[in-house]
Design a protein around this ligand. Structure first.
Ligand code: NAD
Length: 335
């Protein structure tokens, strides 16, 4: 199976991670079809040789058509709304898009005999832990509506796996950041809440200061500690997980991070050194749903997927993100 070309169906494939995923798969000669409603994505930075279907991944007729036309071996499910603080204001939107659409999507896939699913999940489903790093077996305690929808998707698939004989891998991402090593794609979106994106916007003079949400967390400098994984390492892990799933037909959960934590202040100091520029910061109130510390234990993914985060050095993350930000600086696609 490893040498075979695989037919992938990506939901949300026109987003930040989906576009990077598509480039990797097309670079390696795999086949990619995408369903995306373009609510937060764009076709502009996708590779040429994909089949793109604009629409809602919860739409039964569309999903059937895409599956019939492309006969995917496997689904990578990325579509959804993703902003934690926004989910407190709009829980109906989050439950509808992330859970009800997912329910309809999986039901249609099962009707069409799709058996293998790789699912985007999130570290936000973990509760606070006393351990320095989080393992896959650590308890779940999601706070935000967003993270609850993500855990609900996991539960849904666990139950469907028992009755419908489908296979899944849940990939729980920590903080995804950075841009394509060839600057073909990266993060867009004016609503971005990711600290790396915000820093490079500042470096590219799109912001005049950076807000830090909370300086009274129980960490060494009071700001949140996060684990940053380069988007290239992340999509590489998806490919390895896909091959693993097709080969072993075994349900699994993997954390995807770099295994190393940086406080928000540390990332800002790194950026100041790399870009040789003083960054103006402002402390504001904590946001809903932010844990003090989220750092992955990635031993399981390393061992079972034979995967290692090669590009996730924080300097490389900041530099690639900044090159991308420069590229899109004057683009009208910058939303
Ligand atoms: N970026 C991160 O740091 C991060 C961290 C943890 C988990 N995740 C998960 O990874 C996945 C992808 O995240 P991303 O950063 O690429 O986000 P993104 O917003 O860039 O991509 C999501 C894509 O889904 C599409 N979409 C949304 N609703 C849709 C619908 N109903 N039908 C069809 N398409 C729809 C959007 O248009 C967008 O292109 C999400 O499931 C997110 O929860 C991301």
């Amino acid at each position: 199976m490893i040498n075979k070309k695989i037919k992938f169906l990506l939901t949300g494939g026109a987003g930040y991670i989906g576009t990077q995923m598509s480039h990797l798969l097309i670079d390696l000669g795999h086949q990619v079809s995408i369903i995306d409603d373009l609510s937060n994505g764009t076709q502009k930075y996708l590779p040429k040789n994909i089949k793109f279907y604009k629409g809602n991944y919860g739409n039964k007729n569309l999903v059937k058509k895409v599956i019939n036309e492309n006969k995917p071996d496997l689904v990578i499910h990325l579509a959804g709304n993703i902003i934690q603080y926004e989910s407190y204001e709009k829980p109906l939107l989050y439950y509808e898009n992330n859970l009800i659409n997912a329910f309809n999507f999986f039901r249609t896939c099962i009707e069409c005999k799709i058996k293998n699913f790789v699912i985007s999940s999130t570290a936000a489903i973990y509760g606070n832990t006393k351990n320095k790093t989080i393992r896959e077996i650590d308890p779940n305690n999601p706070y935000s509506p967003y993270s609850r929808t993500k855990l609900s998707i996991e539960w849904l698939l666990e139950d469907l796996s028992n009755s419908e004989k489908i296979n899944y891998i849940f990939l729980r991402y920590f903080n995804v950041a950075g841009a394509d090593m060839q600057t073909r794609c990266g993060q867009l979106g004016k609503k971005s809440t990711h600290i790396v994106k915000i820093i490079v916007e500042y470096i590219q003079k799109k912001r005049t200061e950076i807000s830090i949400f909370g300086n009274n967390f129980q960490t060494y400098d009071g700001t949140c500690i996060r684990d940053f994984i380069h988007v290239h390492d992340l999509v590489d892990a998806h490919l390895k997980a896909s091959i693993y799933l097709l080969k072993n037909k075994k349900n699994e959960v993997f954390n995807l991070g770099s295994g190393r934590g940086y406080s928000v202040i540390e990332v800002i100091k790194k950026a100041e050194a790399i870009f040789n520029k003083k960054i103006k910061i402002k402390f504001t109130n904590r946001r809903n749903g932010d844990n003090a510390r989220l750092v992955a234990n990635i031993s399981k993914a390393k061992k079972q997927l034979i995967w290692y985060p090669k590009y996730s050095d924080i300097a490389n993350i900041l530099k690639t993100a900044c090159l991308w930000e420069e590229k899109i600086k004057n683009s009208r696609d910058k939303k």
